[in-house]
Design a binder for this molecule. Sequence first.
Ligand SMILES: Cc1ncc(COP(=O)(O)O)c(C=O)c1O
Length: 395
Amino acid sequence: MSDEAPSPSPKLDSVIPYARQCIDETDIQAVVSALRSDYVTQGPRIVAFEDGLREATGARYAVAVSSGTAALHLSCLGLDLRESHFGVLPAITFASTANCLRHSGSDVAFCDVDPRSGLATVDAFRTAIESFVGPQELGALLPVSFSGAVPDLEAIARLAAEKGAYVIEDAAHSMAATYRTSDGSTSRSASCSHSDAAILSFHPVKHVCAGEGGAVLTNDETLARRLRRLRSHGIEKGEAWTYNQIELGYHYRLTELQAALGASQLEKLDGFVDRRRVLAARYAAAFEQEPFRSRIRMSNRDEGSSWHLFVIHFADEGERRAAYDFLHARNIRAQVHYMPVYRHDYYRKVGHASLPGAEAFYRTCLSLPLYPKLEDEQQDRVIAALEAFLERREQ
Ligand SMILES: Cc1ncc(COP(=O)(O)O)c(C=O)c1O
């Protein structure tokens, strides 16, 4: 018999990522059955997945594509954004939200965000529109849901209507989230109640995983038909073997394997979001106590959020970096969402102005592990590590 101390339980020291997919046996069986079927692409599972997406969002049409980025690109093309346009989006988002405009030839204007929530207000959109210098006309506003919370889409849609622009809602973070409208009712993110198109992502860190994948939602039948054509080279099928390329499209299709996984995951969406809400409430309850209360701030908590991320803020950049390293050394992978997009070299070359709310948000934010499979004791490990960090810094 060895007298060595027993090795700690894997749960106590295994790596805790900031996010990960939640795949079970029914998902695996769904993919296996797609593999055994007659179609591995362009078959009935895509249609079933799109039906599920319509039901989950409340939008009339869903067009599944190969990624959230492809969904953004096709939305811009489908709405005819081009070189003569510019689009406005918040500086705190993933690069794709800006890139889709560049892919369609349009120029990009960044608007500031509220440093507490990371969301852009309607006033921030207005300021960005009014301070844009360039010959291009406003083509679209691209409000982004951050961390699972939805911006004031109703007010942003009103501004877009006043300016004659489209609204493309980036709902990659906010599947199943709701937001309040001025009449006191609630709307679902990606329902397109206040947008011309909305996009979702099915990357593994998101609410629903398809390996990779995305979708455009819309209530506009003509746009939906065009998006279907654009995702498949711009081609429309004709009689018998004939087909005709009407316009220049892309190959942005999803496979049946991805659609099978996505559809199976959709069945569990409510459970996933419920678990994210429980975990978010557990973090919040802990952080309302000392030593957290006076040392970290939680991003504004929105009742309708579907909690893609749980973001906290430290006193300054140095403290955030030290916390990141401290957690990392203990196998806890926190993450930073996001560096303002205009700071990337590609956008820096164009010379976008720095925005104070986005800078303040970026300097101090840290996203803590949050995903349905995160167990209570793993979350407790994250909380205990943060507590140890704060106590050590105090000495
Ligand atoms: C806000 C936002 N928009 C768009 C995307 C792009 O989605 P995808 O990775 O599926 O292309 C992401 C993905 O990280 C995102 O977070």
